[in-house]
Design a protein around this ligand. Sequence first.
Ligand code: ARG
Length: 472
Amino acid sequence: MTDNASDKPAANGQGQAMWGGRFSAKPAELMQAINVSIGFDKRLWAQDLAGSRAHARMLISQGVIAREDGEEILKGLDAVEGEIVAGAFPFRDEYEDIHMNIEARLRELIGPTAGRLHTARSRNDQVAVDFRLWVREACERSAGQLEALQRALVAQAEAYADALMPGFTHLQPAQPVTFGHHLMAYVEMFGRDAGRFRDARARMNECPLGAAALAGSPFPIDRHQTAASLGFDRPTANSLDSVSARDFALEALSAASITATHLSRLAEEIVLWTTPMFGFIKLTDAFTTGSSIMPQKKNPDAAELIRAKVGRILGSLTTLTVVMKGLPLAYSKDMQEDKVPTFEAFDALELSLLAMAGMVSDLTPNTERMAAAAGAGFSTATDLADWLVRELNMPFRDAHHVTGSAVKAAEGKGVDLAELALADLQAIEPRITSEIYTVLTPAASAASRMSYGGTAPAQVRAQIARWKELLG
Ligand code: ARG
């Protein structure tokens, strides 16, 4: 916007205004500037061609257009594709969007027969099918990239299924877990995320083509044929809904937002773990940068950027939700604003997924440091309490109290629980025996958590095996 953007148009009765700047004075130019979408919807070229081919073939087989005309159109579309692939296609603002750009070029290439392609079709159902195809592919790609990320996590989890680390609650050391177990938590999250993309895909897989402008078509079209040839399960069942619906994109963006939220949590942990204070993992130079002023620094920029991308992705969901809110049926031009946020969100998500998979494969844990930290902070206190319950039949609340006293004693002496003398423990609870030491090490603690889904290496390995099977 220019400085005088808020100035009122000059009252010269011609609609000539003093908007200035790059929008000169002609309302027609402003109209084009706000209306044109080719700059971003050219990304739909492949989907637009697929939709047009399916439509043209159906028009031929239904006898709506003559076979020779249809074949000329199909050949022309091949030529258009060739130009686009070769980077020789003239994308022109004057033709507004991808649909009219392709049609205009088709007319230049094959002449007036091109005009028959738009029989029984409108840009409203055309854009609806193009965008659905694009979002469907984005969901498939995201699910595939999630699976690749899961494979990277499973491989690291398998290598470190026994590596001890502190498990946290409130980011305070809580109980020992294994690094493999921690990574497998993300495998579960990303598995649900991939499932959400698959669910969204299944729900959106109905073809709006043939709804035409909004009311359907008087021509004897076969919507089942076009639906099947574009890989849809069936045609959409209401023509108004067909051209008005964008909830498939909202659903995909919401799956993307949840995925991005999960990515941000793993990214944050990588940021924490790579600090010298944690020192749990190392990344190579492949996923870090140096500082221009502080030579000692190795910054986890990729993780930080992944952590931040959720802003853009969730922002896109918000944008499209607000665009769609309150729109009357059927198509309104507002809906042209569906593409930029959706493209942006999936660009950000796909880059994040690829970078995260790369980073996960790249990281090396410092197992000694993690194991040492796993024993710090009296992390086996619960194990002590559980032993009192099991062996002395003590109510858990009393055991909790006794354990608190043992922690206090250890803290006073500056030692770990496992380093407290038996006499010290017996001074608190005389029935304690030397058996207690078998549960006070982090390794024993982790190994004892054999409940289904627990952190015992045997359990972790069982889940790893299950995921390896699922991920193929
Ligand atoms: N470029 C438009 C969009 O993205 C295509 C549909 C235009 N339809 C119309 N009736 N003006 O929404």
